[in-house]
Design a protein around this ligand. Structure first.
Ligand code: ADP
Ligand code: MG
Length: 601
């Protein structure tokens, strides 16, 4: 007697439910997606007890007639695809024909539906796969599906449900994922009779984001809007300023033709676009809406369709990176000064607070106008182009590759002052900025290094006296396996005895950095992560280390002409508002802010 049997319909649905229906939020997702596919313009979702007791979705979509209603809950029953070709160009959110059957196998379900051309609604009840008859009943156009007592016959699954609060949190997240790309839809979500969201239809993306995440769009400029339509890929995006970044990527939403997806290529492109603008471990807020032909990707790769397979993932990556990066570079991302909120709103009359603030301002102003005479010191040449030529005649390096000197016109009529040997206060047209001298210089060097490296390998100079250093076996191995990378950086290392290497050439741009110190740190980096990370990431980290080491330091007094040069050089770069580690380089104060603080307005 054979041991293999064909599972019955109920078992098949239960198994499918295991994949698609994890918790109440999954039911909400499937039902709302069905309503959207049915062309609804209005969807009302009502939840009770975190979805444990009731999940109800009411739509005004196409509805189903008696026969469709009976079939809708069968496994693999769908109106959205018919043949193989359809699978390659799916334009609906659903297509697997599994959701209703799965849900009905693990809960008590009641469905009422009425089509536009019928004056009669029909209803159907199913209790954990046990299907009753379809019978006529009263009801409006569209479909209502009520799901009660989820998992009541599968205690193992029910046990995994969390508190009502946690479950409603998951439901709200699913709600956001379906609602964000559906501006023309009117959506409501209520829990235990209390309205959590009411989203009236809107044609404005920013408005929809604001309806769902009021905390993200509180200041008008917090989200930067951009779009492009090129090479068959239409992209619209709302980009959070670096100042509204988060500690996780939970505020990165990517939609492909209205479907929320997670995709590693796109996440990477987002990360790249913000490179150098955010501190490590910070994640930008990004809402990305991509539209492209349905046959340019495959949705049939994941049971909940959260992943897709792009046929040309590189193109998607480069389009996303291009439009985001361009917008971010073209936007003034300087951190606005954070003045105490109560001063800005002008409502507080707290004497103590005012006193402290006045004190701060008085001090800042005193510094500003105090006569400033920097001590004479060796000139620090800030032009990246000329850094290599700065060494005195006694220095042991010879320049092999002469960089072209650049001529930067001196700043005319510019007021600035260095304070605490670390910051430069500069007067601007509508106020003043405070510049972190190290961070700004670091950023400029980083950009210069990157530009150079994109064109070619870095210019280098040969050391007159090679500098030798000892290495471990692991380090020697890293050197041997990264000779190409080292060559690109303009660094040539030669064996100089057992476990000893010598630095023969070193990049011109890093002329004021100790070659052995730099090379040793570089090798540590290669040993630690050389094989694990993508080449571009590794290069970026190396360049940011190089820029950090070569940049003027905090605590370093600068002459007037050095400051002038730093400020003038800055004009040559597109984006200098953040250092390569993502910290701000410049903080802006407007006269308006000052006037408010001084109660002049
Ligand atoms: P799928 O969405 O993958 O087709 P489902 O099990 O979710 O599978 O739904 C089965 C079918 O029931 C759908 O293809 C659709 O024809 C019909 N249906 C489900 N929900 C609705 C609804 N809210 N309005 C109209 N038809 C619906
Ligand atoms: Mg469906």
């Amino acid at each position: 007697m054979g041991r293999i049997i064909q599972l019955d319909r109920n078992m098949v649905n239960l198994i499918a439910a295991g994949e698609v229906i994890e918790r109440p939020a999954s039911v909400v997702k499937e039902l709302v997606e069905n309503s959207i596919d049915a062309g609804a313009t209005k969807i009302a979702i009502a939840i009770e007890d975190g979805g444990r007791k009731l999940i109800s979705v009411v739509d005004d979509g196409s509805g189903m007639d008696a026969q469709d209603l009976a079939n809708a809950f069968e496994s693999h029953a769908t109106s959205k695809i018919k043949e193989i070709e359809d699978l390659h160009k799916i334009s609906t959110l659903g297509f697997r024909g599994e959701a209703l059957a799965s849900i009905a196998s693990v809960a008590r379900v009641r469905a009422v539906s009425r089509t536009r051309d019928s004056d009669q609604a029909h209803c159907l009840e199913i209790d954990c796969g046990d299907k009753g008859p379809v019978s006529p009943c009263g009801g409006a156009y569209g479909t209502t599906i009520q799901v009660r007592d989820l998992f009541y016959k599968t205690p193992a699954r029910r046990k995994f449900l969390r508190t009502a609060n946690t479950e409603i949190g998951h439901i709200s997240e699913q709600f956001a994922r379906v609602a964000l790309p559906q501006g023309p839809l009117d959506l409501t979500l209520t829990h235990n009779g209390k309205e959590l969201y009411r989203l009236p239809r809107t044609a404005n993306l920013k408005e929809r984001v604001g309806q769902l995440f009021p905390m993200l769009a509180c200041e008008p400029g917090d989200l930067i809007e951009t779009q492009s339509d090129e090479k068959g890929i239409r992209i619209r995006a709302l980009l959070g300023r670096p100042s509204v970044s988060r500690t996780s990527n939970q505020f990165q939403y990517t939609f492909l033709n209205g479907r929320f997806i997670r995709d590693k290529f796109i996440s990477h492109a987002i990360k790249e676009a913000y490179r150098g603008m955010l501190e490590a471990n910070r994640f930008p807020v990004v809402f990305l809406f991509i539209e492209m032909p349905f046959d340019d990707y495959d949705v049939n790769v994941h049971p909940t369709k959260i992943e897709v397979r792009f046929y040309n993932a590189n193109l998607v990556h480069s389009q996303v990176l291009g439009v985001l990066r361009e917008q971010l570079l073209g936007t003034d991302l300087n951190t606005p000064a954070q003045l105490p909120a109560e001063v800005l709103s002008g409502v507080s009359s707290e004497v103590a607070g005012q006193h402290a603030r006045r004190q701060q301002i008085a001090e800042a102003m005193a510094e500003f106008f105090k006569k400033h005479r920097p001590a004479q010191q060796q000139q620090f040449d800030l032009r990246p182009e000329s850094i290599g030529e700065r060494r005195g005649p006694d220095h042991k390096r010879a320049t092999t590759d002469r960089p072209t000197p650049s001529v930067v016109p001196p700043l005319q009529d510019h007021r600035y002052i260095q304070i605490h040997d670390s910051y430069i206060v500069e007067q601007t047209q509508d106020g003043f900025v405070i510049i972190d001298q190290h961070a700004l210089h670091e950023r400029m060097l980083y950009e210069t290094l990157q530009r150079r490296l994109q064109r070619d390998s870095l210019e280098s100079q040969r050391l007159l006296l090679p500098e030798s250093f000892e290495v471990t076996d692991a380090q020697a191995g890293a050197i041997e396996s990264h000779t190409d990378l080292l060559a690109q950086l303009g660094i040539e290392l030669t064996p100089f005895g057992p476990r000893v290497y010598a630095v023969q050439t070193f990049p011109t741009l890093l002329a004021n950095v100790s070659p052995t110190e730099f090379v040793q740190d570089l090798i540590d980096m290669l040993v630690e992560r050389g094989d694990a990370v993508a080449k571009q990431d590794l290069f970026n980290d190396i360049l940011s280390m190089a820029a950090c080491k070569a940049a003027i330091k905090a605590g370093q007094r600068l002459t007037d002409s050095e400051i002038q040069e730093l400020l003038a050089e800055r004009q040559r770069f597109e984006s200098t508002s953040r250092c390569p580690h993502g910290r701000p380089t410049t903080i802006r104060f407007s006269i308006g802010d000052l006037e408010k603080q001084f109660k002049r307005t």
